[in-house]
Every structure is written in C-alpha cells, then in structure tokens.
Design a protein around this ligand. Structure first.
Ligand code: SF4
Length: 294
C-alpha cells in the first residue's frame, strides 16, 4: 500500500509538496526534470503554469536545478518539433521569466534523438480522459509523454498482428501509426514508465491535477467542457497508487457524466484498468493506497 496526499485547493501545490515530502530524495545540484504536458495549441485544459510553478521554487530551495521537460509528439501538431514545441510552451506561460525554470525538449530538434539525462524527475500530470487509454495520468505522462517519437510509435503499433507489415515503412520514417489495441498501448506505456522509474531509482515523484477534467487528452487542439468540477491536487511517490486514487476521486464526484465509472461511460470500448493492473504486475507501484488529506 502506498500513501497518496491530497488537497482540495488546486493552487496549493507547494503545501502538497511539503506534506508529501516530495523533495526528500533530491540532492544539492541535482538536475530535476519537471515532466509536464504544455498543452497543444488551442487546448485550454492543460495544467496552467501559475499552478505548477511553485514546484520550481520548492526544488530550488533544495539547491537543485529544476527544468520543465517534455518530448515531441508523434503526430504533426504544435509540439512535433522542438522549435514549435518551445513556442507552444512559451505561449502557454511556461517561460523562465514567468516560472523560474527553463524548458528543455528531450528528444532533439526533430524528435529523433534519445531522451535527455536527469538526476531526478517529478511528473506533473493533468488527470483527464483519453480515447485510447480511458484516462491519462502519471503513468501516461511518464511512459508515453516522455518517450521519443520512435518510442511513441513503438507503443502505438502492433506490427506482429498487422496485415500492412510486409510493405510498411512507417518505422523507418517514424510516421504515425495507431494500430495498437488499447490494451497493448496501455501495457507498453506502463512498461516505458517503469523503465524511467527504474533508471532513476528512488528519485521520481508524481503530482496529478484533477482540474479541467476533459474527455480527451491535451494533445487535441480543443478540449471538452469538464466532466466534473475541479477536485484538487494529489501527490505520491507511487504513480500507480496516484492514478488509482485519481480515478476513484473522479468516479465519486458528481458531474455532467452520470456514472460511477465515468471513463468507461465516455469510452465504452476501453478498459482503463489495464494500465494500472499491468503497472502493478511489473512492479511500478501498488493499486492500494492510503489517502491523506492535508
Ligand atoms: S502500420 Fe503500424 S503496426 Fe502496421 S506494420 Fe506499419 S508500423 Fe507496424
């Protein structure tokens, strides 16, 4: 069982950081990646920089070196190469001037390089619906969100079961492919997340914002009306417990989607629990949690 900390106030991330002791494994001079999704241009549901930036101050108080981090998208959009991505981050308020931390895009100008090295990582995730994985939270932000374009393609494809395989050049050209089933994508994304967490040993931490909970992910250039009112922010060292706690909170909150399984109601063909079950099976964390409201 893992501890998950919670505050109802979405503007109190610094207080939550302290209560959950998220800085306890960060050392002086550590490079600390703050993994965030800056939101596609046109989307307005992503975590706003004013709400996330107190984390920068907290990390700097530990004499460590925080920076915002994301990687380029597989599909063509406002974040599919580093220059467009930096512009989108800038337009959405993620600038050194406004937040105190610079922005790095992990996988090079065109998304073809390998991911940047860091000493520690805090994944700051917007918890929302997702048409392929049911919901997107900490596991998705880390596993899919931090992967290079080639690794995103790997997660979305299922070449062994694809009729197009003999003539397909997508992997050579790093082109979009959405053949993988929901279950397969969820399992792979949990494995990628576990890869990052294992590499960084005990130096990862996770914060989820249950705010502006839209039906789809922030990769769309639009967002739906929230399916529930804002719930608050949660934090943990365990991304599985954290995402499980967030699903449970969304499901018990009354909103415009009337169901005690809101993501299943939105995406009936997607079993969102696959990512949690697989993540637990491979040792990324535990689905059982103890919730501590601060
Ligand atoms: S279309 Fe996608 S899944 Fe099919 S062979 Fe090409 S890359 Fe693989």
């Amino acid at each position: 069982m893992s501890q998950v900390f919670f505050t109802k106030d979405p503007d109190q991330v610094a207080k939550l950081f302290d209560a959950a002791q998220l800085g306890k494994n960060i050392a002086k001079d550590d490079f600390v990646a703050l993994k965030i999704h800056f939101g596609e241009r046109g989307n307005n549901a992503y975590v706003k920089s004013d709400r996330a930036k107190p984390v920068v101050k907290k990390v700097k108080a530990l004499k460590a070196k925080p920076f915002w981090l994301d990687s380029n998208t597989l599909y063509k959009g406002s974040r599919s190469n580093t220059l467009d991505h930096l512009q989108t981050a800038f337009d959405h308020g993620y600038t050194a001037g406004k937040t105190g931390a610079h922005v790095l895009i992990a996988d090079g100008l065109d998304g073809l390089d390998h991911v940047v090295k860091t000493d520690a990582l805090i994944a700051i995730s917007h918890f929302k619906g997702h048409e392929l994985t049911g919901f997107g939270g900490a596991i998705k932000n880390l596993g899919m969100g931090l992967a290079s374009r080639a690794d995103k393609l790997e997660q979305h494809s299922d070449c062994d079961n694809c009729k197009a395989k003999p003539n397909c050049r997508k992997k050579e050209n790093i082109e979009s492919c959405w053949v993988g089933s929901s279950d397969s994508v969820q399992e792979k994304m949990a494995e990628y997340a576990a890869g990052v967490a294992t590499k960084l040993k005990n130096k990862t931490a996770y914060i989820n914002f249950i705010t502006d909970v839209s039906e789809n992910c922030d990769c769309y250039d639009f967002n739906s009306e929230p399916i529930i009112p804002d719930v608050g922010i949660l934090a943990s060292f365990d991304p599985v417990a954290l995402d499980q706690a967030c699903v449970d909170m969304v499901n018990k909150t009354d909103g415009r989607i009337k169901s005690n399984d809101k993501f299943r109601e939105l995406w009936p063909n997607v079993d969102w629990s696959v990512q949690l079950k697989h993540a637990e099976k491979i040792g990324l964390g535990f689905r059982k949690y103890e919730l501590k409201e601060i």
